[in-house]
Design a protein around this ligand. Structure first.
Ligand SMILES: Cc1ncc(COP(=O)(O)O)c(C=O)c1O
Length: 344
């Protein structure tokens, strides 16, 4: 039976070239800083993002966690969007493990935070108040259908934070998707920010890993937190090798995922019962609403047709990625129309 898994870009399998590089990787003990493949990946990532140094970490969640904990002390406050991954989908780790207080502010449909809201969220210097130390931005913005945040918008948000003496972190789990969609170098997206993490294990199709980049002092502190979190990994070049292949071969390829996402969005937007403006789709995430609340039935029906999406009543998502082609998209559109006709 056909199996088209659109739950997430995290389901991607490594390419044959990645598997070969993993097999052949030169290894050392990374806790001693002696794994040449990890070091090469970290240097490569830092250079691509215009930062001094990089740090290989186990996941996007850990990239955010070490970035926040390296820049905020217990009792400090961070400003972030009310629909961001750090707030909604990381099990409250920054509060649990770091004692760092999240201060959510509204997020618009494009994944942006209003500079006035940022300025107003900064706590006055008063010993009754937590100290505001960090602004977190997400690019691409997952909950906003993978919207790519432009360098100008990042600059506008970061400028307010900088004026107030805050540091700025970008959760760039899908930063390279943003760079491809906006046709700009990835470094241009993080010029004004102090720290950025991106995932190798999503559209870049590696089996494991993320990289955090920033200045050397920040990376030293993040390394310390990574150690405390139990992720000082040893001969981890076996994973980093896939990351190097990904940065060399998978970035431009993501344009195909974006084209497939738009094809999918334009197709399913025609299906009665699905609420979606396909023009909103810029990268590889297609979010849509099911006003009648029958999303779980759609997910169930699609599963019977061989298409997997995460079940939810009203808000659903399909993600395109390495391994999904235009035929899979067309099959999914047809299956969606068939299932929805039966549901109606
Ligand atoms: C925007 C964003 N940040 C962070 C993460 C966390 O990545 P991981 O699943 O590797 O922990 C995700 C995962 O989907 C994400 O979408």
């Amino acid at each position: 039976m056909t199996k088209i898994d659109l739950r997430s870009d995290t389901v991607t399998q490594p390419s044959p070239e990645m598997r070969q590089a993993m097999y052949e990787a030169e290894l050392g003990d990374d806790v001693y800083g002696e794994d040449p493949t990890v070091n090469a990946l970290q240097d490569m990532a830092a250079e691509m993002l215009g930062k001094e140094a990089g740090l290989f970490v186990s996941s996007g969640t850990q990239a955010n966690l070490v970035s926040v904990l390296a820049q905020a002390q217990r009792g400090d406050e961070i400003i972030l969007g009310d629909k961001c991954h750090i707030l909604l989908s990381e099990a409250g780790g920054t509060a649990v493990l770091g004692g760092v207080f999240p201060h959510p502010i509204p997020t618009d449909d494009n994944g942006l935070l209003d500079p006035d809201d940022i300025a107003n969220a900064v706590q006055p210097k008063d010993y009754h108040r937590p100290r505001t130390v960090l602004l977190c931005i997400e690019n691409t913005h997952n909950w906003s259908s993978g919207k790519a945040i432009t360098p100008e918008d990042t600059r506008r948000m970061a400028a307010v934070a900088k004026d107030a003496g805050l540091r700025v972190h970008v959760d760039g789990a899908r930063l390279f998707n943003a760079a491809v969609a906006l046709e700009c170098p990835p470094a241009a997206l993080v010029e004004e920010v102090d720290s950025v993490g991106f995932c190798l294990s999503k559209g870049l199709s590696c089996p494991v890993g993320s990289v955090v980049c920033g200045d050397q002092d920040f990376i030293d502190e993040a390394r310390r937190w990574r150690k405390m979190l139990g992720s000082g990994m040893r001969q981890v070049g076996v994973l980093a090798a896939a990351g190097i292949v990904a940065l060399n071969t998978m970035v431009d390829r993501m344009a195909e995922d974006h084209a497939n996402a738009r094809r999918l969005a334009f197709g399913i937007a025609e299906v009665p019962g699905i609420d979606l403006n396909p023009e909103d789709i810029q990268t590889n995430l297609v979010r849509f609403r099911m006003p009648a609340g029958n999303g779980a039935q759609l997910a169930q029906g699609l599963q019977e047709e061989g298409v997997i999406i995460a079940p939810s009543s009203h808000d659903l998502r399909m993600a395109t990625h390495y391994g999904i082609d235009a035929d899979d998209v067309d099959f999914t559109i047809a299956a969606t129309a068939k299932v929805m006709a039966a549901v109606a």
